[in-house]
Design a protein around this ligand. Structure first.
Ligand SMILES: *[C@@H]1O[C@H](CO)[C@@H](O)[C@H](O)[C@H]1NC(C)=O
Ligand SMILES: *[C@@H]1O[C@H](CO)[C@@H](O)[C@H](O)[C@H]1NC(C)=O
Ligand SMILES: *[C@@H]1O[C@H](CO)[C@@H](O)[C@H](O)[C@H]1NC(C)=O
Ligand SMILES: *[C@@H]1O[C@H](CO)[C@@H](O)[C@H](O)[C@H]1NC(C)=O
Ligand SMILES: [Cu+2]
Length: 255
């Protein structure tokens, strides 16, 4: 079911901070790289006068092409570098809540909630700079959900970095790595999504796993406003019963 419009409550804040955020830092081999080096830079939403703060605005429209990798992310493909990542290694994204430098690095996670990561392979004949991911075949490689019935894995403000493993059997090649973290809301259309994509080149000298038969997702397209993992009930909205939570999207690829 599509709901293309949303009534937006404008929260204009003169001091320039919001209760929102984005994920501009990619972490590989234990190193946190410069903002937007490997992550495609995004546009603001047009709600805040400060350019950086404007990027913190969450996404609500699950059917927008901006839902693939963040607002107008494809426009940054050309200037984004591609990180070599060994299959099986730990990677991570670090949060930025729109604080001015040099405090940006100390941003925290404003909204605990599920975090998931997907890969879409860049077709062999295509350059990653020409790959938006909109027609990509996305497979899920990580779902960091509940730790206990009342606590998400990404569970508090001090959780600045979200790490996950790139599966050891990921076939070598260029990929977009789509990272999302979100705050499921009991209010319809109010679930706040924070989506960013890194450009990666997977190096794998070992055996590659099979993706035959995997139910690939499309972004946009895979998620719906009616998904119980997105339009949360009141229990979930109050951080209760989290172990029963069913995340949107297909199952995590078994490798
Ligand atoms: C994420 O991994 C980094 C190493 O890259 C480590 O320093 C950090 O403690 C990890 N953070 C969490 C929350 O697991
Ligand atoms: C994507 O985001 C940009 C920047 O906020 C906006 O101008 C544009 O209308 C959005 N596109 C879609 C398809 O939602
Ligand atoms: C991470 O380490 C691997 C193995 O040493 C190396 O090939 C790769 O270039 C490193 N990636 C980055 C982004 O530094
Ligand atoms: C930001 O934090 C990371 C990880 O703790 C650290 O490696 C980096 O030096 C910090 N950068 C700044 C500018 O403080
Ligand atoms: Cu928010």
């Amino acid at each position: 079911m599509k709901f293309p419009t949303r009534l937006t409550v404008l929260l204009l804040n003169a001091t320039g901070t919001t209760a929102h955020y984005f994920w501009p830092w990619f972490i590989v081999n234990g190193t946190q790289f410069a903002q937007w080096k490997y992550v495609r830079d995004v546009a603001g939403a047009g709600y805040y006068s400060d350019e950086v703060v404007d990027k913190t605005e969450p996404q609500f429209d699950l059917y927008s092409t901006n839902f693939t990798c963040g607002r107008l992310a494809f426009a940054s493909a050309e200037k984004t570098e591609t990180a070599d990542v060994l299959a099986g290694s730990l990677v991570g994204f670090r949060v930025h809540e729109g604080l001015p430098e040099p405090d940006a690095n100390y941003s925290g996670l404003q909204h605990p909630g599920p975090a998931q990561a997907y890969l879409a392979r860049v077709p062999q004949a295509v350059s990653i700079k020409d790959f938006s991911g909109i027609d990509g075949e996305w497979f899920k490689i990580a779902a960091l959900l509940a730790e206990t019935d009342t606590q998400w894995v990404a569970g508090n403000y001090d959780h600045r970095v979200i790490n996950f493993t790139l599966p050891a059997t990921t076939p070598p090649g260029k990929y977009l790595l789509r990272f999302e973290q979100f705050w499921p809301s009991p209010s319809f259309l109010q679930t706040q999504f924070y989506v960013n994509c890194a450009q990666i080149n997977v190096i794998n000298h070992g055996a590659a796993g099979s993706l035959d038969g995997y139910p690939f997702a499309k972004f946009p397209g895979a998620y719906d406003y009616m998904d119980t993992g997105i339009w949360a009930g009141n229990e979930l909205g109050n951080n209760q019963g989290l172990l029963k939570y069913v995340a949107p999207g297909p199952a995590v690829w078994k490798g």
